[in-house]
Design a protein around this ligand. Structure first.
Ligand code: AMP
Length: 234
């Protein structure tokens, strides 16, 4: 998008489906929020949706909780059903950002079939673009162990390199910051192993499909955002 393109123009363009790939802690959530801001399309974070279900004590939440607490993936059928229900809502018609989905090749195959079948009537949707935010292992560990979030507004901080102004307190609304249950060290190691085993193969899968762009996620956040926006604009 050139500098002349206004924000209001961006909020009417068709973006199509965007998948943000990357390990836990790579910055998918942060970049998803940038895309939401810029293009006015929704972020669909399967982690957030699952956590909401757990908090509400829904049937899905009860089934998902045990997997999430130990850093394992929730079974594909449960997650796919939840995503299908979400992406068919009207706010996804110009596009949407999938953050944390797909996480297995089976989920990716399922998504392809869903997109090929068409989500909305008479829609000429832009093709899928997959942006992989690549960050090395030690950096991921540092980010995950330091991560704190605001339970009220969802803003994410890091005690090592992006601390709140007052310790443990959200700059925006003053809520007490929390550490996600699965950001405890023993669970983090398991989540990173799960990522390497089940999600990393998706990079080759999408590379072979020709819709894959890799962004260096260790750069300053503004540069990661600029590269992500460039990939999404295509
Ligand atoms: P996240 O916030 O994306 O790191 O996700 C938190 C947890 O939710 C993961 O560790 C998994 O247990 C579960 N989860 C999120 N997305 C998926 C997915 N696409 N497939 C299976 N499990 C998922």
């Amino acid at each position: 998008m050139d500098a002349a393109t206004t924000l209001s123009d961006r909020k009417t363009v068709e973006v199509g489906p965007v998948v943000l790939l990357g390990a836990p802690g790579a910055g998918k959530g942060t970049q998803a929020k940038e895309l939401v801001e810029s293009f006015g399309i929704p972020q669909i974070s399967t982690g957030d949706l699952l956590r909401e279900n757990v908090a509400q004590g829904s049937e899905l939440g009860r089934k998902a909780k045990a997997f999430m607490d130990k850093g394992a993936l929730v079974p594909d059928d449960l997650v796919c059903e939840m995503v299908a229900e979400r992406v068919k809502r009207a706010d996804c018609v110009r596009g949407f950002v999938l953050d944390g989905f797909p996480r297995t090749v089976a989920q990716a195959e399922w998504l392809n079939a869903l997109l090929e079948a068409g989500l909305f009537e008479n829609q000429a949707s832009k093709p899928l673009v997959v942006v992989n935010i690549a960050v090395d292992y030690n950096e991921l560990l540092r980010r995950l162990t330091g991560r704190r979030s605001c339970p009220t507004c969802g803003r994410i901080y890091n005690v090592h390199f992006q601390p709140p102004r007052v310790p443990d307190t959200c700059d925006v609304d003053g809520s007490k910051l929390i550490t996600r249950k699965d950001d405890r060290e023993e669970v983090i190691a398991e989540r990173l192993k799960t990522y390497e085993r089940q999600t990393l193969p998706l990079t080759d899968y999408y590379r072979a499909k020709g819709c894959y762009v890799e962004v260096n996620g260790s750069q300053p956040v503004e540069k990661v955002t600029a590269d992500t926006m460039k990939a999404v604009r295509r």
